[in-house]
Design a protein around this ligand. Structure first.
Ligand code: NAG
Ligand code: NAG
Length: 307
């Protein structure tokens, strides 16, 4: 009996692989052979083999994208804070250094002399410095906020049902992503904005939020990375929500260490005005003192005259 089941399973597996040797999670992959093996090019004559039953790590995707961009094949464009220390990716794509398991190396230089430290999502979390910069460890992103905008729809969207629909869509689309990590969803019907907080416990290292976030970013901003080009369209009450925009915030286990350079123009202007006012005040005081002293000297001289 057991033998029979094993034989049937083996036959099914063989049939499946003979039928379609392709990579579900990566549309740019090349697949061939028995057993079926898939890879993407990440450099001149540099093949990266993939596990097509799970999401491809972001570092490998970025490497492949940079290679394709250099070859003129395909490029991408990149576009309220969940936490004081949350930040967005303003740099966009670079050619990353990846570990063997697909994680980002903590220090990245984009093939230049200028280097910086990244979080586990590969997003810069320090200033750019020279190549002697020290990045002690790869700091984990444990919380991402996905700020989505959807197209206009006919019927009003039910907020309670929206949460279930989004969690379900994420779970199904992104390779059994753990629904429990979809922590909170807020909805603004006027702005058609959905804010999805995806969180894992600090210190947890088994799951990764950033691959899912990257696949979703691509789904909304460009085109899906999946071989099957179906869109990310959560279904609420029989009505599909087509997404038009996404912004991703990252919250790391340790806050980032950007410096004053990143203060916005407005704040810098206020600081300049305050400094100028203080300097002006000091000058006024200085001249007033000097005049007083001069008057005092004159008065003294006059008193001494009769003598
Ligand atoms: C591919 O990924 C799946 C799902 O994460 C995992 O169970 C499997 O062991 C992986 N296969 C290889 C060859 O690494
Ligand atoms: C990385 O280098 C590429 C090409 O050299 C450049 O277009 C891109 O802006 C750089 N990215 C960063 C984040 O420095």
């Amino acid at each position: 009996m057991k033998m029979w089941i094993v034989l049937v399973l083996a036959a099914m597996a063989a049939g499946a692989s003979a039928q379609s040797c392709s990579c579900e999670t990566m549309k740019w992959a090349t697949c061939d052979g028995t057993p079926c093996k898939c890879y993407v090019m990440v450099g001149q004559n540099e093949k990266q083999f993939l596990n097509c039953t799970s999401l491809v790590p972001k570092c490998i995707l970025m490497k492949a994208e940079m290679y394709r961009a250099r070859k003129g094949m395909d490029t991408r464009t990149l576009g309220g804070k969940p936490d004081e220390s949350a930040f967005v990716d303003n740099d966009g794509i670079y050619d990353p250094d990846c570990e063997n398991d697909g994680k980002f190396k903590a220090k990245q230089c984009n093939n230049t002399e200028e280097c910086w430290c990244v979080n586990s999502a590969g997003v810069r979390r320090t200033d750019k410095e020279d190549k002697n910069i020290k990045c002690e460890k790869l700091v984990e992103t444990y919380w991402v906020r996905l700020q989505l905008t959807h197209k206009e729809v006919g019927k009003e969207v039910n907020e309670a049902k929206l949460k279930t629909a989004i969690a379900e869509a994420i779970h199904k689309r992104y390779k059994n992503f753990n629904k429990d990590m979809v922590d909170e969803i807020k909805y603004d019907p006027k702005a058609r904005m959905i804010v999805v907080d995806v969180k894992k416990p600090k210190g947890e290292r088994k799951s990764d939020l950033t691959h899912m976030a990257y696949y979703m970013e691509k789904d909304v901003k460009v085109l899906p990375l999946f071989k099957n080009q179906e869109k990310f369209e959560p279904n609420v009450d029989g009505q599909t929500l087509e997404m038009t925009n996404i912004l991703v915030y990252y919250v790391d286990e340790d806050p980032p260490t950007f410096t004053m350079k990143h203060l916005s123009g407005g704040i810098i202007a206020v600081i300049v005005v305050v400094v100028l006012a203080v300097v002006a005040g000091l000058l006024v005081l200085f001249f007033a003192r000097r005049r007083q002293n001069q008057q005092y000297n004159k008065a003294q001289q006059r008193e001494m005259d009769p003598m």
